[in-house]
Design a protein around this ligand. Structure first.
Ligand code: AHG
Ligand code: MN
Ligand code: MN
Length: 356
């Protein structure tokens, strides 16, 4: 008889929680609620080609991008699954300019949830992997209701973070600061089962992932770094293969499991993304938290993404994430060649005036 344990996500979360005698179980239940959201979004992505949800919704989000219908569905679903549980004091979504408050007839809780409901949404119509990103902070404001202060926290103080990836299978990957664990959805029984316990980024790395179509806008240091990854410049070793999907989650997930570096740098010339394209709170902090817990590292080009104190809900950040030695190499090239860019980015990065 086989004796290896079968872990549903529920069993795993409960066993993890039991290691903390004072845990109230609220965080466990938030993660379980998010797993349910993941299953429901996975179901809709599977049907995306069938008509009702495919294509643009005709509205624009705070970045002026075309919102896809699945974005709208995922955004409202996550809110509705979490607004009444009395576990959250506030939410914030990449799709909304302001924080989302808990409706007054429901009680307030001790956590704040941030989410990117559908990451990689431009890939939906072409059947390429997309995902959902989440980050959970403890309430720090002292009033009864959650405020901006509860979501504008550094990645260091995250209580938990993770993502769902809707790919050839659906996975949920998360960390509560005790390693990174991955669960695969068995669609026949509707359960997430532990498939990837204690994930560590492997070495040597295999891939580098960046939108090289932007290379002409990149700073000198980032271009030198790219050549180093290709084994062309300096001490660079064996060239890495290039893989880029255009869904942060899918690019990050591949590199997490196979080793590599993802980067979306800031630049001086492309006015659209002087400070990078990705959002610190809805995308980068979670990637940094998971990478750190898996033995990797995330930098904004100047230093550790986890140490950046956010000042704006929709703050952008450059992101270099993956195997530590690769990310540190990026920092070295930037420090060596990109002082002008650092001087432009640093005041924005270190600004302290809080705003939505
Ligand atoms: P979102 O779909 O949530 O707006 O995120 C898209 C992001 C991210 O997933 C990806 O890494 C990046 O945009 C790709 O940007 P480019 O198309 O400029 O490469
Ligand atoms: Mn995104
Ligand atoms: Mn999104």
């Amino acid at each position: 008889m086989q004796t290896s344990k079968i872990y549903t996500i529920e069993r795993f979360l409960l066993e993890q929680q039991s290691q903390f005698p004072h845990a109230t179980g609220e965080l466990t239940r938030i993660l379980y609620d998010l797993a349910l959201a993941g299953k429901m979004i996975a179901r809709e992505t599977r049907r995306a080609g069938l008509g009702t949800l495919l294509g643009a919704a005709g509205t624009e989000n705070t970045y002026g991008e075309r919102q896809q219908k699945l974005d709208v569905y995922a955004d409202s679903l996550i809110f509705r699954l979490n607004d009444h549980t009395q576990r959250l004091c506030a939410m914030a979504s990449e799709e909304h300019e302001e924080i989302l408050t808990i409706p007054p007839h429901y009680g307030e809780g001790r956590y704040a949830l941030l989410y990117d409901p559908l990451d990689g949404s431009s890939n939906i119509d072409v059947n390429v992997s997309v995902g959902t990103i989440f980050a959970i902070h403890r309430k720090v404001s002292t009033g009864e209701k959650g405020t901006l202060e509860d979501v504008l926290q550094s990645g260091r103080t995250l209580a938990a973070a993770g993502y769902m990836i809707y790919g050839s299978s659906t996975m949920m990957v998360y960390s509560t600061g005790r390693g990174v664990h991955g669960f695969t959805l068995d669609p026949t029984i509707g359960e997430f089962l532990l498939s990837h316990p204690d994930i560590r980024i492997p070495s040597p790395p295999m891939f580098y992932s960046a939108n090289q179509g932007n290379e002409k806008f990149w700073t000198h240091g980032v271009r030198r770094f790219t050549r180093w990854l290709q084994g062309i410049d300096g001490e660079g070793g064996k060239p890495l293969s290039q893989r880029y999907i255009g869904s942060l989650i899918a690019d990050f997930h591949r590199n997490l499991l196979q080793g590599g570096v993802f980067y979306y740098p800031g630049d001086m010339k492309k006015a659209k993304h002087p400070y990078g394209k990705l959002r610190l709170l809805f995308e980068a902090q979670t990637m940094a938290f998971i990478a750190d817990q898996a033995g990797g590292y995330a930098s904004d080009g100047i230093g550790d993404v986890l140490d950046v104190q956010p000042h704006q809900l929709h703050q952008c950040t450059p992101l270099f994430v993956g195997n530590r030695e690769l990310v540190e190499q990026a920092e070295k090239f930037i420090a060596m060649h990109d002082q002008d860019w650092i001087n432009t980015f640093r005041p924005y990065r270190d600004s302290v005036t809080q705003e939505a």
